[in-house]
Design a protein around this ligand. Structure first.
Ligand code: ADP
Ligand code: MG
Length: 255
């Protein structure tokens, strides 16, 4: 049995100029579990997720995904930056879904999903196509394969974005406020897809303000403020009975 967490963040620091955006973050996300991350705007939540997918570089500390150091090779006790091809390989194992879907506007839903498995994984078109169609079915969009993003609602676009990330067969999925840009009546359909994904055993980190989802689906909840983890634990415990005054103040505003 693999006892290492799927994602391990250890004493991570980040500065933007003089601004200490992350101040010694420690997190562990176990395989098959869902971690929800909540906290005020500007607390460093997105920055923290972006490291895991090589969208930002950390100043100090380490991140491991599936036991492998992210972004660096250890040699003779020193850390050396990874070659681009290793960065690509690691990034391909981590799916990411953003607030603003970021679909390719000039490609159909099906083409959006097929692009990376063919270009990055170098898989055969026919295989990728049939898997992409299955993924569209799975997110409830089996009849929208030929639609362009502009012909889809926000909720449908986000479900395509989730299918697109899944097409890479990632080890872990990162969601950065996946429902924050949606009209309220479209939030549920995206959360339903995420709930199903969690039930299928996917390892997920989810930045969200959807506290009911965090309670129901999350195995752990992390509250961040000012670039630090202030409190973490079972989502029900943290949300029903927050221990830290900053968590209490935040939750009193959003719940
Ligand atoms: P959150 O997702 O919790 O709202 P972010 O991780 O996006 O927070 O940002 C944390 C802080 O870092 C914010 O104050 C933001 O303005 C700042 N920040 C984020 N990215 C950059 C950047 N590339 N350069 C300078 N400051 C940044
Ligand atoms: Mg953010």
């Amino acid at each position: 049995m693999n006892t290492l967490p799927m994602v391990q963040v250890s004493d991570v620091h980040k500065h933007y100029g003089d601004f200490h955006v992350l101040n010694g973050i420690n997190l562990a996300l176990n395989a098959g579990e869902v971690m929800c991350v909540v906290g005020p705007s500007g607390s460093g939540k997105s920055t923290m997720l972006r490291f895991i997918n090589h969208l930002e570089k950390i100043d100090a500390g380490t991140i491991h995904v599936d036991g492998e150091l992210v972004g660096y090779r250890e040699r003779n006790g020193n850390l050396h930056e990874m070659k681009d091809k290793d960065v690509c390989r690691q990034r391909a194992d981590v799916g990411m879904v953003f607030q603003k879907f970021n679909l390719f506007a000039h490609m159909t839903a099906l083409e959006n999903i097929m692009e990376a498995p063919m270009q990055v994984r170098g898989r055969k078109r026919a295989d990728v196509r049939s898997e992409a169609l299955e993924l569209l079915e799975r997110v409830g969009l089996g009849n929208k394969a030929g639609n362009y993003p502009g012909q889809l609602s926000g909720g449908q676009q986000q479900r395509v974005a989730i299918a697109r990330a899944l097409a890479m067969r990632p080890k872990v999925m990162l969601f950065d406020e996946p429902t924050s840009a949606l009209d309220p009546e479209l939030v549920g359909e995206v959360l339903d897809v995420m709930r199903e994904l969690a039930a299928s055993g996917m390892t997920m980190a989810v930045i969200t303000h959807e506290m009911a989802f965090a309670k129901e689906v999350g195995n752990s909840l992390v509250f961040m403020d000012g670039g630090a983890v202030i409190e973490s634990g079972n989502p029900r415990d943290v949300l029903n009975n927050p221990q830290h005054p900053r968590t209490q103040a935040f939750l009193s505003k959003v719940l």
